[in-house]
Design a protein around this ligand. Structure first.
Ligand code: PCA
Length: 226
């Protein structure tokens, strides 16, 4: 089911796609690899801008805000790695807290610190999360709605993008996808699930097409009992 996509200027939708640098001792981050691959492939019918963000509380947000001002996208779709999750997680909510058991790449660890002091407790994603899950599954990618983006850099950037939409960029829609380990990473994490880039990329292309087409949110249960 589709509706006409909203774009600020009536042209092809502008989508800002972001990924993250490697962190926690990994040599790659599949989110950055996927962003580079999609930038090279230039998906049809969207004007794609891309950015790879550092895993740094200090340095992740400025390039995000600069890219929002420079490209004035209709949608920002941020990607990050969630090692250990078996499917692509389409995040429903960003919360106003930093609290992580590991430091960022600058060695900074935050515990119970607001992302934006005085900001709302949470923001909901403003892309259609269930339509995004449906697009991924139709492209052969295991996907779920996720009720938490964690409380590390991914949630931090997701929250800041939502806050930028609420305060500076009216009409900007914001979404966040967590992706699993690549198989070449998962071999170092025995027993943990993985997703190959060759499977992930068609799924992400399908998500961009669904956003381009203004896919409507289906009325299906995708929540969690606990
Ligand atoms: N994943 C981390 C931060 C960067 C990334 O790719 C997270 O889930 O917060």
């Amino acid at each position: 089911m589709t509706t006409t996509a909203f774009t600020a200027d009536g042209g092809a939708p502008r989508i800002l796609l972001t990924g993250f640098a490697p962190f926690a001792g990994e040599s790659v981050n599949p989110s950055a690899i996927a962003v580079a691959a999609l930038a090279a492939r230039a998906p049809v019918g969207v004007r794609l801008a891309t950015e790879v963000l550092p895993v740094s509380y200090r340095d992740a947000v400025p390039p995000l805000l600069r890219a929002l001002r420079r490209h004035a996208p209709d949608v920002v779709l941020a990607l990050g790695l969630a090692g250990g999750r078996p499917h692509v997680s389409v995040e429903r909510v960003a919360i106003n807290i930093d609290d992580a058991r590991i430091p960022d790449n600058d060695g900074i660890q935050r515990i119970d610190t607001p992302v934006v002091p005085g900001g709302p407790a949470a923001y909901f994603a403003t892309i259609p999360v269930k339509a995004t899950v449906a697009a991924l599954r139709a492209a052969g990618v295991p996907a779920e709605v996720s009720q938490t983006a964690g409380t590390f850099l991914c949630n931090h950037v997701f929250y800041r993008a939502c806050h930028a939409a609420a305060t500076e960029h009216p009409g900007l829609r914001v979404g966040f996808l967590h992706v699993p380990w690549l198989p070449e990473q998962a071999v170092h994490h025995p027993g943990e699930p993985s997703l190959a880039l060759a499977t992930l990329l068609p799924g992400l292309t399908a998500v961009l097409a669904a956003l381009r087409d203004g896919a409507a949110e289906p009325v299906v249960a995708e929540g969690a009992i606990s």
